[in-house]
Design a protein around this ligand. Structure first.
Ligand code: NAD
Length: 471
């Protein structure tokens, strides 16, 4: 049974109930209820309706959990889930259509009707983090719904108001015999991970990603790991520096920098550094014209909790760089949008993913040095490059590795329907729309060998003879 209420505190699902929840979903899956495309379409539309009818309550829950401005919630979470759920419903037929492989087989095999069928994998577990609680629970979930799977959603306990609200809303809009919310901390999540699932989508940090992947390995369960890391911004001298500054700062203030694809740090040639920092200062003034600046702005999010506040503050306190914008903090959750110039490779700010509103500027000799800097570290989830030079675009594409590459902007890779995911330490697997559908589907290969093929196949049978040896 789902737990929680729209306004009450978060109630955790009793741990002993968790195996029954999984069992019930598996039983439903076996009945075939989730397979008809019309049923899946209807559930996806219900998901969109749930967003539409509860947009204020949903936005309010994120304001309480993260001080996230309504505008950011509407654009990046509620609006995106609605649009993608409706698009999934619309495109489902096309995605689910058997794919003919006739073009890939020998001429004499063409009448075998070779093709792949997308078959739902079964029951999917979605484990989500707190930073974009709505989209990161519901985007992987809609892949499962579209694929015809049953699913459990395990939201983050660090966004408790939303987690309670989701548990309350989901059974009112979608079929509870197929989809359940389990609210849990470590004990309950560990119980979930002991059980066998047919696919797991985990979004969060790499340390827990390893826990999830190890637990899944015991059952040979396939996993999508959406992790994080330090996503760099490379500024090429042949770029519009002011626009690069504006778009980079935009990428850092959203959700107070607590985004897996936030620009983590900037690599810029030393001779362009002062000009770039000058633009950042002007743009900061434009973004935050009030006296109180980002610390007290209604348009700027908070750090999610005191533990993360202390973590981010410690990184800032230990830096040897020069704070050129912001720098103030206010316990328990306020840290100003802060730019730190002249940061060196060994600095505290370069040790781990910042996941907060701090932007280090790291001077490098040239583009080659920037590429080397990136390649000496873990593969990032996304790499941002600002340049007007097409040769530089190709060169960076060919000489670096990351989950995605976005040129001349930040975040806009998310607004285009493209496969999303990491590589190496930033994760594996792909999702969003069709790619989420495919992750939760088994692409089952199919051939139907006609009687007439016997003529060509006869040679395989015993006893082997001169003719079979000549093949
Ligand atoms: P979090 O603390 O909310 O943890 C994520 C999930 O793991 C939660 O549901 C939590 O309950 C669960 N969890 C925690 N400890 C566990 C344990 N011991 N065993 C099993 N489950 C456990 O979120 P977080 O990890 O702080 O999220 C931030 C990280 O996620 C950052 O690294 C960020 O880059 C990454 N992230 C990646 C994406 C992406 O799409 N690639 C999106 C958002 C965030």
């Amino acid at each position: 049974m789902s737990t929680g209420s729209a306004t009450g505190p978060l109630t955790f699902t009793p741990v002993e109930e968790i195996p029954n929840i999984r069992e019930n979903l598996r039983s439903t899956f076996k009945t075939g209820k989730t397979r008809p495309l019309a049923w899946r379409r209807q559930q996806l539309r219900q998901l969109a309706l749930m967003m539409q009818e509860n947009r204020d309550a949903l936005a309010d829950s994120l304001w309480r959990d993260l001080h996230k401005p309504k505008e950011e919630v509407f654009i990046a979470e509620i609006g995106a889930v609605m649009a993608r759920a409706l698009e999934s419903a619309e495109k489902l037929e096309e995605w689910a259509k058997p794919e003919s492989l006739v073009g890939q087989v020998e001429d004499w095999q063409k009448d075998w009707n070779p093709r792949t069928h997308h078959q739902p994998k079964g029951t999917v577990l979605v484990i989500a983090p707190w930073n974009y609680p709505i989209i990161l629970t519901l985007q992987p979930f809609m892949g499962a719904v579209a694929a015809g799977c049953c699913a459990v959603i395990k939201p983050s306990e660090l966004a408790p108001t939303y987690a309670a609200l989701l548990a309350d809303l989901l059974p009112k809009y979608l079929d509870p015999s197929c989809f359940q919310v389990v609210n849990a901390e470590i004990e309950g999540t560990t119980k979930l991970l002991e059980l066998q699932w047919d696919h797991i989508v985990y979004t969060g940090n790499g340390k827990i990603g390893r826990v999830v992947a190890s637990a899944a390995a015991k059952h040979l369960t396939p996993v999508t790991l959406e992790l994080g890391g330090k996503s760099p911004v490379i500024i090429d001298p042949a770029s519009d520096l002011r626009l690069a500054a504006k778009r980079t700062l935009y990428g850092k203030y959203n959700n107070a920098g607590q985004i897996c694809v936030a620009p983590d740090y900037v690599l810029i040639p030393t001779n362009k550094q002062d000009e770039f920092v000058g633009h950042l200062k002007e743009i900061y003034e434009e973004f935050f014209p009030d006296e109180g600046r980002s610390l007290s702005s209604e348009s700027f999010g908070h750090i999610v909790n005191e533990t993360h506040y202390k973590r981010v503050k410690a990184l800032l306190d230990a830096t040897n760089g020069d704070v050129v914008i912001g720098g103030r903090s206010q316990p328990p959750k306020g840290i100003e949008l802060t730019v730190i110039n002249n940061v060196q490779a060994g600095d505290s700010l370069m040790e781990e993913e910042i996941f907060g509103p701090l932007l280090p500027i790291v001077p490098v000799d040239d583009l080659e040095a920037a590429i080397q800097f990136v390649n000496d570290r873990d593969h990032p989830l996304i790499l941002y490059l600002f340049t007007q030079n097409d040769k530089v675009k190709d060169y960076v594409l060919d000489n670096t590795t990351s989950g995605g590459l976005c040129i001349n902007d930040t975040f806009q890779q998310l607004s285009v329907n493209m496969p999303f995911g990491g590589v190496g330490e930033s994760g594996y697997g792909r999702q969003v729309l069709r790619y989420g559908f495919e992750s939760c589907s088994n692409a089952r290969a199919y051939v139907d060998v006609p009687k007439e093929a016997e003529q060509m196949l006869g040679v395989r049978y015993l006893p082997y003879n001169e003719q079979s040896r000549a093949v």
